[in-house]
Design a protein. Structure first.
Length: 531
């Protein structure tokens, strides 16, 4: 049986609806449209995200780029439009305008002209029309009076392009009252929230928006009439550059490409030059990691690209990873330009580059935390010491036969007989601090260990243990809470001294080790305290 070629066009209605679910986030979709504006040599981009009195949302994106003729508009509205002349273009697959826009709206409109004197051309993808007609067809022709009015509000007497999202149905969840305070607050958060559109644009186009940065063409972006200011995640001028390398990569065919990797360690919060600088730095665990830039546009991150897990003590470390279009294939750029995958050789290099920088960031973070914990915890245990002193005579304690501070050896007589122990024997460093004393660290990472202070049964508590940092510190102002936890550890220590024997020394040590280790795991996901 002979074989023939048989055309098999996809079902228009099902495919265009299915393409709405390619995984776009709202901010990413808007950025894909902005990419097209930058590729069109725009110098000024104006974005208006508005909600009317009925709660309906509309988006308009203007640019003063080269604009398009009718043929240009048709190409721009084609799924898989023609490849751009420059491979360095931010627009890569010819899909972003359509898939990104229709992920959130059911009608995508493009209005454009290539010369100020040209007639405005309008084209529109209407998902509802495609569903009814079953055909891959758009409307195109001269702009309507309302479309011309919108265009001229910003681009009067200019060439350029206007992209409009109509019938937006996916940006916000449905509210019982779409014009009520909860809906308005949610809408405002989409624009100016910590992870809102303004912050996203400030991050993605940092190098384009910063007039002092000569790595990219300078542009201006305004959101709802207010300029978007570049956000520098590396806080240059405040941070310390601890690594900077340009790496050559041999490409198939014999060509060579490069990527650049730089490591910055931010100051601890108390060391920023000003409150404003600290606020702009956005120091938080979620902002640690690798920031990936393709052609000077932020593309992916921050995370550790699967090389490491996110850790609290890496909060101050931020990595810049920059490459150009020549490495697109090596990094497997996706259609949203929001994800990269490192090949094995580059992964090995990046991991080796990061290891000493992560160590330095960890040491700085832990040093700062130790200093802050020590300062914050001063006087916090005075109430516990007074309370235990008032009840000490009522508690059954071992008899002390001898204490040798130099050797750290104590000889006790308890209910099981005489026992020799190695433990901390010292003097109080502050008045009445004879039962509860915090120390910078304890061997094996223990949370607590029995001790003797001025001849009294006592407990040393490890300020470096995560349980102290994440549970004790946030509650230091709560006197009863601290006294309760201190009393528990002191009671366990006295009980150990009262029940230990030569045969059970190891058992008690193992118990403290296991409890301390389990508590470390249990508090792992608790937030770090604000000092």
């Amino acid at each position: 049986m002979s074989q023939v070629l048989h055309p098999l066009p996809p079902d228009a209605a099902r495919v265009i609806e299915g393409l709405r679910d390619t995984g776009y986030q709202f901010n990413t979709a808007v950025a894909d449209v902005v990419d097209n504006s930058i590729a069109a040599d725009a110098k000024n981009i104006s974005i208006f995200l508005k909600q009317d009195y009925r709660g309906n949302i509309s988006l308009r994106i203007y640019d003063d780029g080269v604009g398009m003729t009718k043929d240009g508009v048709l190409n721009a509205m084609t799924y898989g439009s023609q490849v751009r002349t420059s491979k360095a273009s931010l627009g890569k697959f010819g899909l972003g305008l359509k898939t990104g826009s229709t992920a959130f709206c059911r009608r995508l409109v493009v209005v454009s002209r290539a010369n100020p004197e040209d007639t405005l051309i309008t084209a529109a993808w209407d998902i509802d029309h495609v569903k009814i007609s079953g055909k891959w067809e758009i409307t195109i022709g001269e702009s309507s009076p309302s479309e011309s009015k919108f265009f001229n509000e910003v681009l009067a007497d200019k060439a350029g392009t206007l992209v409009i999202w109509e019938k937006i149905d996916r940006i916000m969840k449905a509210y019982k009252d779409p014009t009520g305070p909860y809906a308005k607050k949610a809408f405002e958060k989409i624009i100016d929230g910590p992870n809102g559109l303004r912050q996203h644009l400030a991050t993605v186009y940092q190098r384009f928006l910063d007039p002092a940065d000569n790595r990219a063409t300078n542009i201006k972006i305004a959101l709802n009439g207010t300029p978007v200011e570049a956000w520098d995640p590396f806080c240059v001028g405040e941070s310390e550059l601890v690594g900077d390398e340009n790496i050559s990569v041999s490409m198939p065919g014999g060509s060579v490409a490069e990527f650049r990797i730089r490591a910055f360690i931010l100051p601890r919060k108390e060391e920023f030059s000003s409150e404003e600088a600290k606020e702009r730095a956005r120091v938080a665990p979620a902002n640690q990691g690798i920031y990936v830039y393709r052609e000077n546009r932020f593309t992916h991150g921050p995370d550790w690209l699967g090389l490491f897990a996110r850790e609290t003590h890496m909060t101050l470390l931020r990595i810049e990873f920059s490459f150009d279009h020549r490495l697109d294939e090596a990094f497997q750029i996706d259609i949203k330009k929001s994800q990269i995958i490192l090949d094995e050789a580059i992964s090995v290099f990046v991991k080796e580059f990061l290891t000493p920088r992560r160590r330095a960031a960890d040491l700085l973070s832990r040093k700062g935390a130790r200093e802050s914990v020590k300062k914050t915890s001063q006087n916090a245990h005075d109430g516990s010491n007074r309370n235990i002193s008032s009840k000490e005579d009522q508690v059954i304690k071992p008899n002390i036969k001898s204490l040798d501070a130099a050797s750290g050896e104590a000889v006790l007589v308890n209910r099981l007989g005489e026992v020799r122990l190695k433990l901390q024997i010292g003097a109080s460093t502050r008045r009445d601090e004879v039962h509860i004393q915090t120390v910078e660290s304890i061997d094996d990472g223990l949370l607590w260990t029995p001790a003797f202070i001025d001849g009294h049964c006592a407990v040393n508590i490890n300020r470096g243990h995560p349980y102290y940092t994440k549970v004790y510190v946030p509650n230091l102002s709560e006197g009863v809470t601290i006294q309760g936890m201190d009393a528990l550890l002191w009671g366990l220590s006295v009980a150990e001294l009262n029940c230990i024997s030569e045969d059970t020394k190891t058992t008690f040590e193992d118990l403290r080790y296991e409890v301390s280790r389990n508590l470390k795991k249990l508090v792992q996901d608790l937030p770090e305290p604000e000092f």
